[in-house]
Ligand binder design. Structure first.
Ligand code: PDD
Length: 278
């Protein structure tokens, strides 16, 4: 069952307004939540980011943290997600329907829609690592807003897929930013490197958790941009994200990363991350 604008809807029944600004302008925001063992992981961090994305777009969210969480929990219940289930939950908020004009309408009634479905953790990939492809980052300059404008990300992921890779590593004129739906870390001589959390990347919740875990493991983290040349010389690479967790990258454009096997630092961080979801 889906949740659409205050109603519980069976698949195929969903009715949204043809002049919803989500369709016409991608004018909206979203969050993807992970559910581990029947519980939503990091709810408050996701809600805070949704609120921040909304503020940046002058979109007044009519739901409080607890109201939105109640909807999420009802959605899980209606979809039989609980107990020991692993699942994902998606929520998006558009600015709602208004006669088409670019500027924001004066009277906004944001529209919330959501779904939840069972989803296993990517055990095989976490164990053996995945391949990536370098793809130019053609997205807009506010990648810190988790907006519905995902065409640049979708094109990058498609390009990676067509070259046989699992995920794209995006770069802007040679500066490595992040993945199409994940953040990226490089490990060189035991030090972690990742793009700073500015307007060019999404401020990933998993990224932040991993930075904190690295600190507890006495690993140095440098939040500083690096170039593709550095990426090619990295000992280890991994993506972070709600769906990919701490995902080792063992090859880029067909060239192996480090030893070509999942690295030691990545493994340590995977173990530390596992402990946060248990
Ligand atoms: N993507 N960078 C981008 C561009 C993302 O879309 C995502 C998440 C991340 C990781 O952020 P977090 O750790 O908070 O999930 C980084 C979600 C899962 C998606 O669009 O499916």
């Amino acid at each position: 069952m889906y949740y659409v604008d205050g109603k519980w809807i069976e698949p195929g029944e969903a009715a949204v307004h043809p002049e919803d600004r989500g369709y016409q302008f991608g004018d909206g925001i979203y969050e993807v939540f992970r559910i581990y063992q029947g519980k939503i992981y990091q709810w408050d961090s996701h809600f805070a980011r949704l609120q921040r994305s909304a503020n940046e777009l002058q979109l007044a969210l009519p739901w409080t943290n607890s109201e939105l969480k109640a909807i999420a929990e009802q959605l899980m219940e209606k979809n039989g997600i609980g107990g020991s289930d692993d699942a994902i939950l998606y929520m998006q908020v558009t600015r709602g329907a208004a006669p088409r004009q670019h500027e924001y309408p004066d009277n906004q009634r944001p529209v919330l829609s959501a779904f939840a479905r069972h989803k296993e953790r990517p055990h095989a990939e976490l164990k053996s690592g995945i391949s990536a492809a370098l793809v130019p980052d053609i997205r807009w300059l506010r990648c810190d807003i988790k907006s519905l404008n995902l065409l640049g990300a979708a094109m990058a992921k498609q390009q990676a897929k067509q070259s046989g890779a699992f995920e794209a590593i995006l770069h802007r004129d040679g500066i490595v930013t992040e993945g199409s739906a994940s953040n990226l870390f490089a490990v060189k001589d035991g030090v972690l490197h990742t793009h700073p959390a500015n307007h060019l990347i999404l401020h990933g919740i998993t990224r932040q958790i991993v930075i904190e875990l690295a600190q507890t493991l006495s690993l140095e983290v440098r939040e500083k941009a690096f170039r593709t040349e550095f990426l090619r010389q990295a000992d280890e690479l991994f993506f972070t994200g709600t769906t990919v967790e701490v995902m080792p990258v063992i090859s880029v454009d067909g060239q192996q990363v480090g030893s070509g096997r999942v690295g030691e630092v990545t493994r340590k961080l995977q173990v530390a991350f596992e402990a946060t979801i248990a």
